[in-house]
Design a binder for this molecule. Structure first.
Ligand code: DP6
Length: 319
């Protein structure tokens, strides 16, 4: 009854920010992301009738804080009358720091749990289950460029372009590796309830999705760059105008944004995006990766750089 799955985090270019149904964790808006290739979470789920309580180990240490969310996810996949589980999660990047660790963790968890429970679920069922635990996790079931759409009372995710069809690179500048103060889930609810820009953000999302989808379809880097940076800055403007304000950036994040804008003005094919954390993700063409890496590494406050291509969706590694 042991299964191990591996999943990669994804970086949203057109962002999910806000919930239309907080109880069921359904997003208010659709989103488009790229699944990474080099960062990953490996998740092992061991269902064991002899174990009295669920156990969770994250990166080598027992983790009681994350256990309730993991238990809820296991209940959704296997039913609340399931056997108790030993869950072991190992990631090769900092968790809870705005690097989409919940996306890789919950997508790997649903794949491993379903297999350990002897289930044969479709990728779309697994995506809905992962999304109920963390909205962005639904996208990590798919590789390449993934689009999440809202429909009826669920979500539907599909890959809109494979990694090999448009092999862009992602350069991640780590400006602070510690965990964030406010989780994205909590912060979204603050925005929904208090930001005067929130409804405008929701209203405009369909337009941004359409432009980004067309840009990916045409492999039009400049078009994707424009709409992605704008969408990212709109999301952070919604956060800044919330009460209390939600500010994930630090001075190095802003310096990195300026460096990317400067490179763009010199004709380098690169754009930035930032999630619920201070790390900056630069998306670029392969031939510009070295230049982007060197420029970001030179910024004061950048402690580490991670390089990645675009990868595949979550998959079983052992069952
Ligand atoms: C800024 O998926 O972490 O990264 O559903 O509450 O777990 P929950 O939120 P989560 O939010 C991700 C927010 C984001 C944008 C994105 O990934 O689309």
């Amino acid at each position: 009854m042991l299964a191990i799955a591996k999943a990669q985090p994804n970086i949203a270019l057109i962002k999910y920010w806000g919930k239309r149904d907080p109880e069921r964790n359904l997003p208010a808006v659709g989103s488009i992301s790229v699944t990474l290739s080099e960062l990953f979470t490996q998740m092992s789920v061991d269902l064991d009738a002899t174990v009295a309580v669920d156990q969770l180990e994250v990166n080598g240490a027992t983790n009681e804080a994350l256990l309730p969310r993991v238990q809820l996810c296991l209940d959704r996949v296997l039913g609340s009358d399931r056997q108790r589980a030993r869950v072991v999660s190992q990631s090769n990047f900092p968790i809870a720091a705005g690097l989409a660790s919940s996306a890789s963790a919950f997508s790997a968890l649903v794949v491993a749990a379903a297999s350990a429970g002897g289930q044969d679920r479709s990728t779309s069922e697994l995506a809905s289950l992962a999304g109920a635990s963390s909205g962005s996790a639904a996208r990590s079931l798919y590789g390449g460029f993934a689009e999440l759409e809202n429909y009826d009372d669920d979500v539907r995710v599909a890959s809109i372009c494979s990694a090999s069809e448009w092999p862009l690179r992602v350069v991640v500048a780590i400006t602070m590796a510690g965990p964030k103060a406010t989780s994205s889930g909590e912060a979204m609810e603050i925005s929904r309830k208090t930001s005067p820009f929130y409804s405008r953000w929701v209203d405009q999302q369909a337009e941004d999705l359409e432009v980004a989808r067309a840009a990916v379809g045409a492999r039009d880097f400049e078009m994707l760059a424009e709409v992605s940076e704008h969408n990212c800055l709109k999301m952070h403007s919604v956060m800044w105008a919330s009460r209390p304000p939600i500010m994930y950036w630090n001075s190095a994040t802003i310096e990195c944004m300026q460096v990317i804008r400067e490179l763009r003005s010199q004709g380098v094919a690169v754009f930035f995006t930032i999630d619920a954390g201070p790390q900056l993700k630069a998306v670029c063409l392969p031939e510009d990766e070295n230049r982007v890496q060197t420029a970001l590494a030179a910024v004061d406050g950048v402690s580490d750089i991670m390089l990645s291509g675009i990868g595949d969706g979550a998959a079983l590694v052992q069952q």
